[in-house]
Design a protein around this ligand. Sequence first.
Ligand SMILES: CC(C)(COP(=O)(O)OP(=O)(O)OC[C@H]1O[C@@H](n2cnc3c(N)ncnc32)[C@H](O)[C@@H]1OP(=O)(O)O)[C@@H](O)C(=O)NCCC(=O)NCCS
Length: 111
Amino acid sequence: MLRLIAEKIGMMQKIDDIGYLEYQKAVDVIDIVDIFVEEKERRKGYGEKMLSELITQNPDCEFFLEVRVNNLPAVNLYKKLLFEIINIRKKYYNNEDAYLMKKEKKCLKQI
Ligand SMILES: CC(C)(COP(=O)(O)OP(=O)(O)OC[C@H]1O[C@@H](n2cnc3c(N)ncnc32)[C@H](O)[C@@H]1OP(=O)(O)O)[C@@H](O)C(=O)NCCC(=O)NCCS
């Protein structure tokens, strides 16, 4: 239901049945809520494509997200797009810690 609402008010980008990127935008701050690529379509560049397109479309925004510390594919994806770890949120996902990551506006030119 949440995803349906998000899609209706334009807070989701989708690549057909391959994956989606869900986010919330408030003025010049974008929170990445979720990114997902179907298992059989992973490692083909779709995740990077969705996220880098959102960044390119919003050059005046800074970006924030939380990610499980042991989610190596996602952490690597975010680091590749110049997100930085700015904090650790203890037990953010029940018993698992999360990184709070941020991408500054000033990094946008480097994409
Ligand atoms: C995270 C996720 C969206 C990445 O999507 P993807 O389309 O497979 O990623 P891409 O092919 O665009 O890869 C881009 C970069 O991400 C990193 N990456 C992706 N998969 C990786 C893996 N299995 N191991 C290590 N790094 C990985 C790499 O840095 C990669 O760049 P490279 O190909 O030059 O090495 C996907 O793994 C996924 O849907 N995971 C389950 C949902 C999830 O955990 N979402 C994150 C919520 S915070």
